[in-house]
Design a protein around this ligand. Structure first.
Ligand SMILES: [Zn+2]
Length: 305
């Protein structure tokens, strides 16, 4: 749209993103680097106190539109760049941006991640969960996809490994707790392809697989409640059913992976790591550990740049 303006925004998943301006007018970007976060927060608390939350995600998306000059007046370092057609803008993870279009234009943006993303993804998703902010994708799905993707690099697999182990541990613990409180029925969640053959309203649209409470995008497993027409993540299903045991008869655990399939995923991942490392040693070997150490060092160096 003409002169469309974007609120101050930071990707809550901790991803970097890239935007390409195909054609039309120029776009003015304002940016605040991640290391200015404290100052930006203090300035916005002063300028728009009602929009600043007292939580990890202190500025929810699409809420605050503040002129950059006011931020500069409060001591925030703001950079400015004019993007012309044919040019890319890359936004680093953790950076805040705001922009205004100088006229009609067509642009396209994409989020992306390097293997190092896995090192900070858990913290970003925990913040989304704790703040009940919606996630645009499932981190569990991403790490499980890496495990089964033959194109995954050794670096990506090693970094995804810890997260896969956490996913499996969490699934085992929560599913067992749900059984303990009396949840008896379960069913395999149809994939989008099989859904076309077999109607299941809970997966009609992937966006509908969102926890009623924390709004997280669910993939590995979820609990449906036919009485309330609601979907919960396993944590919130446990809380809900503990308080409302009469709903147990309407609830069902829906899963994409059975527990034995999750165990197989770990086995498959370790075999891939073993094959790609070209070593007969296990992924826990000294070589793998020293490589992880080097990678985390290079990740720190590049973020300092
Ligand atoms: Zn939830």
């Amino acid at each position: 749209m003409l002169f469309s303006t974007v609120c101050w925004y930071r990707d809550p998943h901790g991803l970097p993103w890239i935007e390409y301006l195909h054609t039309g007018a120029s776009k003015i970007w304002y940016g605040v680097a991640a290391n200015q976060e404290e100052k930006l927060c203090a300035a916005l608390k002063k300028i728009v106190p009602d929009f600043v939350k007292d939580s990890a995600i202190w500025l929810p998306s699409d809420t605050a539109m503040v002129p950059p000059t006011e931020l500069v007046r409060e001591g925030v370092r703001v950079c400015r760049v004019v993007q012309d057609p044919g040019q890319f803008v890359v936004v680093f993870p953790g950076a805040f941006t705001s922009s205004i279009c100088k006229g009609y234009l067509i642009s396209e943006s994409a989020f992306f991640a390097r293997p190092q993303y896995f090192d900070r993804a858990v913290a970003s998703f925990k913040a989304l969960h704790d703040c009940c902010e919606p996630s645009m994708f499932s981190l569990d799905r991403l790490v499980l996809s890496v495990v089964s993707d033959p194109r995954a690099t050794l670096d990506g697999l090693l970094r995804a490994r810890e997260l896969v182990l956490q996913v499996v541990e969490k699934e085992k613990r929560l599913r067992s707790q749900l059984v303990d409180i009396g949840l008896e029925t379960s069913e395999r969640l149809s994939t989008p392809d099989s859904h076309r053959k077999k109607k299941n309203r809970f997966i009609e649209d992937e966006e509908e697989n969102m926890c009623e409470v924390c709004r997280q995008n669910l993939y590995v497993a979820l609990v449906t409640n036919s009485q309330e027409e609601a979907v919960y993540c396993l944590e919130h299903a446990l809380l809900f059913l503990s308080k409302n045991p009469s709903h147990l008869e309407f609830c069902k655990l829906m899963y994409t992976y059975s527990l034995s399939e999750l165990d197989s995923a770990i086995k498959q991942m370790d075999e891939r790591i073993h094959a790609k490392s070209g070593s007969k040693k296990s992924p826990y070997s000294k070589k793998a550990k020293s490589r992880e150490h080097l990678d985390s060092f290079s990740s720190t160096s590049s973020s300092n740049l």
